[in-house]
Design a protein around this ligand. Structure first.
Ligand code: CA
Length: 366
C-alpha cells in the first residue's frame, strides 16, 4: 500500500521516484506530467532585434505549446555567462540550451564555421534547403556530437552588409593593416589580404569602433546596425555581405537534457526551432529596408558597393581559404564537400530562376 502511495505521489510530483519495476509506459506517463524549467543562454544583448528576439519567441512558443510543462528562461549575453561562453555552458549542462552563431566555435571545431556562413556561399533559402533536405543538419550533429550538443537551425539574417568603415575602401591595398571585427571564415579571408580580423561580440562593437580600437566592423544589416548606432562611429557603409551571404544561427541543446524529455516535448522543441528559423528571416526581410532608409535619409550614411577589384580579390582569397581549411581538417573537408556539392547543384536552377527574375524585375522598374 505504501509503495502504491509513493508511486501515485511520484506521478504528480516533479521528482522522479523509483518505484522498483517500472514499465516504460509508467515512466512515459511520469515524464509527461513532469514540469521542466530550462535556462537558455545567448550571445546577444537581451531582447536585441532579430537575433535576441528569436530565442524569446522560441521560449514563448514552447511554453504555450507544452501548456507550461517546459518553461525556458532566456539570458542575454553577460547576464549568466559572456556571449562567447554559450557553447561551453550548454555543453557542460550548466544551461540546457543556447542561441548563438556556430562560427564563434571555430577554435573547438573548424567545421562549425560552415553552418553559419561561407564567403560567396549559399543564401538563406539555399542554406535552409541544404540543412533540412541536403544532409547538412545531420553533418552538423556529427560535428557537435563530441561536445554533448544537439544543434538546430535558429534563424537567418539573409544577406548581410560588408560593414562599417571609418575610411574609404578604394583598393585592395586599403585592406592592409585594417583592424576589422569579422568572425569566421570571412576573417580568414581578410587576413589573406593583409587585414587583421578581430573577434568581438555584438555588445562590444560600438565602443571599439568609436574609440578607434578597430577601424571597421561588420555586424548584420541595416535593421541591426541601426539599433547599435554604428553610423555615429563610422561614415562608410559598404555592401554586399560577401562574407555572410546568409548567416544561419543556432539553437544548441544539451544532449542529456534533451534525451530526458518525453517525446512530445522534444517534438515541440524541434517544431518551435523551425518556426523561429523562418520567423527571424521574415523579420529581417520586413525591417531592413526601412532601417536602410533611416540610415541614409535621417543619418546621412554614405552607403556604397565595395569596388569590383576588391570584391574579386576577396573571392579569390575565399577560394584559397576554403582549400586550406579543407586540407587542415578532415571533418571540415567532409562537411564542405557536402555544402559545395549542394551549392553547385542548387545554383544551376537559381541562376535561371532567382537571378534572372531579379534582373528582369529591376529592368521593368527602370
Ligand atoms: Ca555578421
Amino acid at each position: 500500500m505504501k509503495r502504491l502511495q509513493l508511486c501515485v505521489l511520484a506521478a504528480f510530483s516533479v521528482l522522479l521516484v523509483s518505484c522498483g519495476e517500472q514499465s516504460s509506459d509508467t515512466t512515459t506517463t511520469q515524464a509527461k506530467q513532469q514540469n521542466y524549467q530550462w535556462k537558455l543562454v545567448t550571445s546577444w544583448p537581451k531582447n536585441f532585434p532579430g537575433l535576441g528576439k528569436g530565442p524569446e519567441t522560441f521560449a514563448k512558443h514552447v511554453e504555450r505549446m507544452s501548456n507550461g510543462r517546459l518553461k525556458i528562461k532566456v539570458f542575454g549575453a553577460g547576464q549568466m555567462v559572456p556571449g562567447f561562453e554559450v557553447f561551453d555552458t550548454v555543453s557542460s549542462g550548466a544551461a540546457e540550451m543556447g542561441h548563438a552563431g556556430s562560427y564563434y566555435w571555430k577554435g573547438k571545431a573548424p567545421a562549425s564555421q560552415i553552418f553559419t556562413a561561407i564567403p560567396f556561399g549559399m543564401n538563406a533559402t539555399e542554406m535552409n534547403a541544404w540543412l533540412h533536405y541536403g544532409g547538412g543538419l545531420e553533418l552538423w550533429r556529427e560535428v557537435y556530437e563530441p561536445f554533448n550538443l544537439i544543434p538546430f537551425a535558429g534563424g537567418n539574417s539573409g544577406i548581410q552588409m560588408a560593414g562599417w568603415f571609418k575610411k574609404e575602401v578604394n583598393s585592395v591595398a586599403d585592406l592592409k593593416g585594417l583592424k576589422m571585427r569579422i568572425p569566421g571564415l570571412g576573417g580568414e579571408v581578410l587576413k589573406k589580404l593583409g587585414g587583421i580580423p578581430v573577434a568581438l561580440t555584438g555588445g562590444e562593437l560600438f565602443t571599439s569602433l568609436q574609440s578607434g580600437a578597430i577601424d571597421a566592423t561588420e555586424w548584420v544589416g541595416p535593421y541591426n546596425d541601426l539599433a547599435f548606432g554604428f553610423y555615429k562611429a563610422a561614415k562608410y557603409y559598404y555592401y554586399s555581405g560577401w562574407h555572410e551571404p546568409s548567416a544561419n544561427l543556432e539553437f544548441i541543446v544539451n544532449k542529456q537534457a534533451y534525451e530526458a524529455l518525453p517525446d512530445d516535448l522534444q517534438a515541440i522543441i524541434e517544431v518551435a526551432t523551425r518556426a523561429v528559423n523562418q520567423d527571424m528571416w521574415d523579420e529581417y526581410t520586413a525591417a531592413n529596408n526601412a532601417a536602410m532608409q533611416a540610415l541614409v535619409e535621417t543619418h546621412g550614411v554614405d552607403m556604397r558597393p565595395l569596388p569590383k577589384e576588391v570584391m574579386l580579390a576577396l573571392k579569390n582569397a575565399s577560394a584559397e581559404v576554403m582549400q586550406e581549411q579543407s586540407a587542415a581538417d578532415p571533418l571540415f573537408k567532409k562537411v564542405y564537400g557536402s555544402y559545395l556539392d549542394f551549392q553547385t547543384k542548387v545554383m544551376k536552377y537559381h541562376h535561371i530562376s532567382e537571378f534572372e527574375y531579379y534582373k528582369n524585375r529591376a529592368n521593368s522598374n527602370q
